[in-house]
Ligand binder design. Structure first.
Ligand code: IPM
Ligand code: MG
Length: 365
């Protein structure tokens, strides 16, 4: 299998964590006889500084010519005073829009070994396995008009969805639910917002194509609570852009660290892969960052862009294995460290890399 992967590492801990993800993917290539090529381009704050724009044209061109884009993280404190369209985050939103992927898959699962990191009781999180499907190209993030009218001391954004935009992401969520536990929870605010009423009506229509999937609807405020009370109740959770942004960060509580969560954005011209965590400028460059979210994101590249299910599963099994063996990055080793070995970003990457070969043999036998 040949995969031409564009790496846009971005800011803060982005370069450190994507470096480890790439090294694990290279190991998979060696073991499986695959041909993965990696090209690096700038995005975000680093591109603002060096190219004067958060998404340089050659980055976008390379992204459109690639088979998959692996993004690290964007953002930094030095850009906080800039308006939204000049910030590093604008580069991320521009590349999302240009690549066209509208279904952002964010799996949130509880590793047994990390249950102590969650403030929730182990019996609550144990076995939780949720797949968030976040609509990524609509809603408040992209709706027009939007402005901050300083003269009038007024600012506004527009939450807008068309039926077609809701139907296409709902269809992907239902298809994914069919391959899982066949339950779909759609999250909206239909007691207040017309856009949520359209959302709910459309999800109900699409549901008729998938009679084997059970559908329920939740208001986003109630869902924020249910997710913490009974995370095991949920299988596929479908929601719009901003609600999905908020709920996916909240779900990091289930996993115990935001540093563990991967994501894949599918449905467009080229799939975009990014860990859910941000650029964490406070710990950047110090070897403290957890690369497992980025490494698990690498597994999603193999699954959704390469069709390499066994290889993706081998990476996931390797991550589980190193956790079982007691290896942790500092974010995962708070409190009682007995029996644990705390590793740097690079050493954690090396542990996973060193485990991939045996796990590949295990999953393919
Ligand atoms: C995410 C991030 C982004 C978002 C930011 C960095 C623009 O929070 O991927 O969840 O809001 O989508
Ligand atoms: Mg977010």
């Amino acid at each position: 299998m040949h995969l031409n992967i564009l790496v846009t590492a971005g800011d803060g801990i982005g370069p450190e964590v994507t470096g480890e993800a790439v090294s694990v993917l290279k190991e998979i290539a060696v073991q499986g006889g695959h041909d993965f090529s990696f090209t690096e381009k700038r995005i975000g704050g680093v591109a603002i500084v060096l190219d004067g724009t958060p998404l340089p044209k050659d980055t976008l061109d390379a992204a459109l010519a690639s088979d998959a884009v692996l993004l690290g993280a964007v953002g930094g404190n030095e850009f906080n005073a800039l308006p939204p369209d000049k910030r590093p985050e604008a580069g991320l939103l521009q590349i999302r829009a240009a690549l066209g992927g509208f279904a952002n898959l964010r799996p949130a699962f509880a590793f047994k070994e990390l249950a102590v990191n969650s403030p929730l009781r182990p019996e609550i999180v144990d076995g939780a396995d949720i797949l968030f499907v976040r609509e990524l190209l609509g809603g408040l993030y992209f709706g027009q008009p939007r402005a901050w009218d300083k003269a009038k001391n007024t600012a506004f954004n527009t939450m807008v969805y068309t039926r077609a935009e809701v139907a296409r992401v709902a269809r992907i969520a239902f298809q994914l639910a069919q391959k899982r536990r066949r339950k779909l929870t759609s999250v909206d605010k239909a007691n207040v917002l017309e856009v949520s009423q359209l959302w709910r009506a459309t999800v109900n229509e699409v549901a008729k194509e998938f009679p084997d999937v059970t559908v329920e609807h939740q208001y986003v405020d109630a869902m924020a609570m249910h997710l913490m009370n009974q995370p095991r109740n949920y299988d596929v959770v479908l929601t719009e852009n901003l609600f999905g942004d908020i709920l996916s960060d909240e779900s990091a509580v289930i996993t115990g660290s935001l540093g563990m969560l991967p994501s894949a954005t599918i449905g467009g011209k080229v799939n975009l892969y990014e860990p859910v965590h941000g650029s964490a400028p406070d710990i950047a460059g110090r070897g403290l960052a957890n690369p497992l979210g980025a490494i698990l994101t690498g597994a999603l590249i193999l699954r959704y862009s390469g069709g390499l299910e066994a290889e993706a599963a081998a990476i996931e099994a390797s991550v589980r294995k190193v956790l079982e063996q007691g290896f942790r990055t500092p974010d995962l080793a708070r409190g009682n460290k007995e029996g644990l070995t705390v590793l740097s970003t690079k050493d954690m990457g090396a542990k996973v890399r060193g485990t991939v070969k045996e796990q590949l043999l295990a999953v393919s036998s």
